[in-house]
Every structure is written in C-alpha cells, then in structure tokens.
Design a protein around this ligand. Structure first.
Ligand code: LLP
Length: 432
C-alpha cells in the first residue's frame, strides 16, 4: 500500500517514483536521497487555487508554508503556480528573495522576530508582517517610522480551537507560545493599539489551529470565531478588516490508516461559514489566505537509504540500520510519527519481516520507524520511507557531522538535482 499515486512497482520489482526506478536513482545520486515528484506538487497547488475559484469566486490565495520545505527551486515553482509564500525566518525570506519571489506575495511569520528580521522584511516590502505580540508591534512601528514606511500587518490570533493532533504541533489553544488570545481580551486591545499607530496598517487577522488535521469542522469553527471577531471590531471600533488568514494544517497520508479529505472540501465548507458571517455582520466577504505546507510537498517526497547491518536480537527485535537517520528525518524521534517503509529493491515481494529501521547516529533514539513489516531485507537493499517531502529536509541537522542529503526532483520521468548533497568541506566551512 503506497501513500501516493506517483509511486508504483516496475517489471524488475523495484519501487518507482514519478516513473523513475528508485534503486537506479539511489545508484546514480547516492544515498540517503530525498526524491520529490514535481507533478504531485504542482497538482496539489492547482487543487488549492481551483478550490478558491470554485467555492469562493477566486477571492483568495494559498500561501505555501515554506517551513515544510524551503529551497529556491520550490519557491520558483510556487510562484509559477500562483501561490504566495509564508516565511518564518530571515533565512526562509532570504531563500525566497534570492529565488526572485515577488516580496508582495510573502507573509512574514514568527513568534520572536529579531530586529534584523523585522528591518529586513520592511526593507524588502514584504506583503505582510504577521505580528505575534505587543512588544513586536511596538518595535515594528518604530522601525517602520525610522524607515518612513507604513507596514502592512496581520495579527496572529489564538482562536481557542482544539484541533486533535500531536500536542507539539497544536497551536490554536490558549496555552500556546504563538499569538494573541481572544478570550482574555488581549487580541482586542492589540487591535485598538494597532489602529492608533501611524506606521502600521492592520489589514488582516490570522489564525492557525495546528497541523496534520483530518477533520474539517475545527477549521470551520475557527473561521466562524475569526469572523465574529472581525464583526466585533467593525461594530465597536468602526474598522473593517478585509482579509482573513486561516493558516495551514491539512493532513496527509503517512500510513494507510490516515484519511485525508480532498483539499477542495475545505474551501467548500469554510466559504459557506464565512459568507454567512459576512452577511450577519454586514461586512464585505473577506479575501481569504490559507497556508498549506505539509499537504503541498509531503506525499510528493520519499527518502531512499541503503540498508547496512541487519541485527537480529532473538526474542527482542531485528534492527535494519540505514545510512541516514534522525539527521535527515527527526520526526519519529520527536513525535513518534508513523511512516510507511518499503524495501524498494523488492517492492513486489510480500512484507514478511518485522523490523525496526535505525539510523546511523550515535544515539539509541535514532530510529526512523519501529515494528514495520517489509520484504526480507539484506545489506545493500534500498529502503524507501514514504511521505517525507515535508518537515524532513527542513528539519535536518548535521548531528555527528553527517552531511545533509541532496534533493532530486522528478518531472515527467526526468530527475534533476535541486539541492546538492553537503560535502565534508561544507561541514567545516564555518570552523575557525
Ligand atoms: N501556518 C502557520 C502559521 C504554521 O505555524 C504552520 C505550521 C503552517 C502554516 C503550515 O502547516 P502545515 O500545512 O504544514 O500543517 N514540524 C512539525 C510541523 C510543525 C508545523 C508548524 N507550523 C511536523 O513535522 O509535523
């Protein structure tokens, strides 16, 4: 059972991605290797763009959350597909700008932006700075004044919605380091302050309730709560906020028990709720932004490793060690995330062996997945971990001075490198 249609098995019994034999990719480019299918990425972008056309008169824009995977080629693809970009650090902003991404379509996020990051965002005229807290609002207003600018801003609001997902990736509830709380009045007071400041212009309200969510109802509830707040601001302060950003968080398939909903169902349901609230408060239907990250790149990617030692500990377990690990995929170590693992060299064979896939780091917790069933595996086999396009490369590290793998993108059956493999010289580049 594979997680996406871009994956298949060829006549040699090998796993294929985007029509390319995974074992040949591994031989040509080396392992570990991240592989992405460009058609899957572009099709998902189009599904989001079309959902706005179909259910919301095109009155919205998906902003790719580049924390899921940031590199220049992906920024170019997002621009070509008509998406904006959500960046969350100076580094992600720099990547986008160097890729020639139009700054007006960039939103700058973060719960603790530095002075340098705020000034960088202002100087490059990013489309919006999503303000997280009052201290930041004040700093931003004074930097904008010095630069003789009026910064277009949004406020990150905690709508108090509990999305059922891992507690580390749940963000909309009151106990979260992100944003202004609604129920305490904090958000309302911040809006009043922003209106009184001369060098910021409050254009949008933003919320993000969490990540890897399958249920549409929490998104609808969050949208209604946000619209109620926009209505209150209009009624009590006479200010109309014309843009609403509903964040990202749409779930993908990691294993066959995951049940993602078609992404257009989201806009279908949310648009009904938002339009009804706009009528209730006699305000114009807002322009809507959403910020999908994982769902754009997640299922489009796999990671290929070469199996090394296969260690059977009788009555305990069998470890298959691979030539990567928590340095290229920390998600099991961090969140016990599920993944589907396939022996790409024997993808036509029955998964009969129950194994734990271990990495090569000097760390017992360096596991990719425990107790997975794969075809009988020996050293030299190519092991594929599926749905690794999001939050794998972007969360990679150089622990144990292991160089980060390269990323190969496949388009119409043709692979090309979009991020080079790090070398040992890269590892020591900043050492004095
Ligand atoms: N917008 C905001 C403000 C966010 O904080 C996030 C994710 C997104 C959009 C994109 O959410 P997505 O569509 O990708 O679910 N490292 C974790 C995920 C952390 C997500 C943080 N914020 C993981 O590997 O599961």
């Amino acid at each position: 059972m594979f997680t996406n249609d871009c994956l298949n098995v060829n006549e040699s019994g090998h796993l294929t991605i985007g029509g390319c034999d995974a074992t040949e990719l591994a031989a040509q480019y080396g392992t570990p290797l991240y592989v992405l299918d460009e058609n899957v990425i572009r099709n998902t972008c189009r599904a989001y763009v079309n959902s706005f056309k179909k259910y919301y008169d095109g009155n919205g824009m998906p902003m790719y959350a580049s924390k899921a995977l940031s590199c220049m080629e992906l920024c170019r693809i997002m621009d070509e597909e008509g998406l904006g970009l959500d960046v969350v650090s100076g580094g992600e902003l720099y990547t986008a700008l160097k890729a020639g991404f139009p700054p007006e379509n960039i939103h700058f996020h973060g719960n603790n932006k530095t002075d340098e990051e705020l000034v960088m965002a202002l100087k490059h005229n990013v489309g919006k700075i999503v303000v997280d807290n009052l201290e930041e609002l004040e700093r931003l207003n004074s930097f904008a004044e010095k630069l003789d600018k009026v910064a277009p801003i949004s406020f990150r609001i905690k709508p108090g919605v509990d999305a059922h997902t891992h507690s580390f990736i749940r963000t909309g509830q009151i106990d979260s380091k992100f944003g202004f709380a609604l129920e305490t009045g904090e958000a309302y007071n911040a809006v009043k302050k922003a209106i009184s400041y001369e060098n910021v212009c409050l254009k949008e309200l933003h919320c993000h309730i969490g990540s890897q969510i399958f249920d549409i109802q929490p998104f609808v509830t969050a949208a209604e709560i946000m619209m109620d707040f926009i209505g209150k601001i209009k009624n009590e302060l006479g200010v109309v906020i014309s843009q609403l950003n509903l964040g990202g968080g749409f779930g993908i398939m990691y294993v066959d028990t995951d049940t993602p909903v078609p992404y257009e169902n989201y806009m279908e349901k949310v648009s009904i709720a938002v339009k009804a609230k706009a009528e209730e408060y006699s305000i114009p239907v807002p322009f809507i932004f959403i910020e999908p990250g994982r769902s754009i790149v997640g299922e489009a990617g796999i990671t290929l490793y070469k199996a090394g030692a296969v260690k059977n500990i009788p009555n305990v377990r069998t470890y298959v060690s691979v030539d990567g690990g928590m340095t290229d995929n920390i998600r099991y170590a961090l969140y016990q995330s599920d993944y589907t693992v396939v022996n790409a060299s024997k993808a036509n064979q029955k998964p009969e062996m129950t194994v734990t896939i271990a990495g090569k780091c000097c760390e017992s917790g360096d596991l990719i997945q425990e107790n997975v069933k794969i075809a009988n595996t020996v050293a030299g086999d190519i092991i594929a971990v599926l749905s690794t396009g999001a939050y794998n490369y972007s969360m990679a590290s150089n622990y144990n001075r292991i160089p980060r793998p390269e990323i190969v993108m496949i388009k119409d059956g043709k692979p090309r490198v979009i991020v080079k493999r790090e070398t040992y010289d890269d590892i020591i580049r900043n050492d004095i």
